[in-house]
Design a protein around this ligand. Structure first.
Ligand code: GLV
Length: 432
């Protein structure tokens, strides 16, 4: 039987250790209020130090079985805890070069213009739109959950002429529908979400890149929730711009976001008439910072998240050791195991077509008669376990269970099923 993420006794032991450390711990900090009271008359500051910061940090251990962030393996946490080096030191450039190779592997691309954003998946989303679209240009966005809504809003804010194709959460777009919309709106950019975490849908990708090529439009794909859990082939599938986030199946802490642009995308973004609206996300600077512009020297642009890059490098190393195909297979198997358990509990999977389900984030319809917030709160209180409700248009429609990366184990699926069964037994059926 496979190892659980952490056993209940390990969890309790770690909590007890943390509490003990807090008791014998930082005497200086606990003594500080007294010193401050004595010194107040001599102090030049009128705003006192906040008393909350004189208490030790508390971050409980939780089973993160929602759509992310997910629990991070000890190897990655240890990498993140290594001593800081300068963001422009040669060793850092080497780490960034390693990361770039890792991202090329997980995206299955040979694109030279492959970097990592200092920020969450939203940073990559904004970077993609800000650099490839100019004000007044047409952008087509497929919306079947929250991420299309976000991209449409971002593109509108920078002055694009946005066209929306909308389906209810859980819906998907046929290639015929996509081609008709591309023909009609003649966008410079078409956006599609591969892993729609708000609905638990994994969108089919084959043929979409060919349609975009045929109609001279760039294809931008969001794989934040799917990368590492479901197959995606950036080069083979003719995806022009692809991004992901660090905190889902990649298993690094939140805060870094890989993104890659192919030659078609570079052609468009480096031949624009106007400067991108964001300095921080301007690819002319970022491509130099990541050593992708062929210049002999990298010039200071911003201070990258050094520890976040250490963690990301380690998570990419783990995925490289394991292999993408093995990771896809594992996610599929554990998801199938979870589906069976959910059905045995009498629950209904939100996406009826098995092939369209996102293996990293499973959605169930809210069981009839239950208040979803009560079920989630019960599991948090009694099982220290996070699952979440819907997001954006799927709020009130689904409960989301994420078993990704490090958390993707059948034993964790058992724990999630046990917590759900307990919640169903103990929460009131208020709307029966
Ligand atoms: C965030 O990415 C979510 O799906 O909740």
């Amino acid at each position: 039987m496979q190892r659980a993420l952490f056993s209940r006794s390990a969890l309790l032991a770690q909590q007890a250790a943390a509490a003990a450390a807090a008791l014998d711990g930082p005497l200086a900090a606990r003594g500080a209020p007294m010193l401050q009271r004595l010194d107040r008359s001599m102090s030049s500051v009128t705003v006192p130090p906040p008393s909350c910061l004189l208490r030790p940090l508390e971050a409980p251990l939780r089973y993160l079985f929602g759509p992310g962030p997910s629990n991070v393996p000890p190897r990655v946490l240890a990498a993140q805890g290594r001593p800081i080096i300068g963001h422009l030191h040669p060793e850092m450039y080497e780490i960034m070069n390693d990361i770039k190779k890792g991202v090329q592997y997980i995206f299955q691309t040979e694109n030279n213009m492959t970097i990592v954003m200092s920020g969450s998946g939203h940073a990559a989303m904004e970077c993609a739109v800000f650099n490839t679209v100019e004000p007044g240009e047409s952008v087509l966005v497929a919306i079947n959950g929250i991420w299309g809504e976000r991209v449409a809003e971002i593109a509108e804010r920078m002055g694009a002429n946005v066209h929306r194709m909308v389906k209810a959460p859980g819906g998907f777009f046929t290639n015929k529908e996509i081609e008709q919309a591309v023909e009609k709106h003649k966008p410079v950019l078409f956006f599609l979400t591969h892993g729609e975490s708000s609905a638990g849908l994994c969108h089919p990708m084959d043929g979409v890149g060919d349609i975009c090529r045929k109609h001279n439009c760039l294809l931008l794909v969001d794989t934040v929730a799917s990368l590492g859990a479901a197959p995606i082939f950036m080069d083979k599938q003719n995806i022009d711009i692809l991004y992901t986030g660090s905190q889902k199946a990649l298993n690094a802490p939140p805060g870094t976001a890989p993104i890659s642009f192919n030659d078609r995308a570079c052609q468009k973004m480096f031949n624009r008439k106007t400067k991108p609206v964001s300095y921080l996300f301007d690819m002319t600077h970022l491509s130099n910072y990541w050593g992708c512009d062929g210049q002999p020297a990298r010039i200071y642009h911003h201070t990258g998240p050094v520890s976040g890059f250490f963690a990301l490098r380690e998570s990419l190393a783990i995925l490289s050791e394991r292999g993408l195909e093995a990771s896809w297979k594992k996610h599929k198997e554990v998801a199938a195991y979870l589906y069976r358990g959910l059905e045995d509990l009498g629950l209904k999977l939100f996406i009826p077509e098995r092939d369209l389900r996102l293996p990293s984030v499973t959605t169930i319809a809210i069981p009839e008669g239950y208040e979803w917030r009560e079920l989630l709160a019960y599991m948090m209180k009694h099982h220290q376990m996070e699952m979440t409700g819907g997001l954006g248009p799927s709020i009130g429609m689904v409960i989301r269970i994420g078993l990704m990366g490090y958390n993707c184990e059948k034993t964790n699926a058992d724990m999630a099923l046990h917590a759900l069964a307990d919640a169903l037994k103990n929460c009131k059926k208020s709307r029966a």
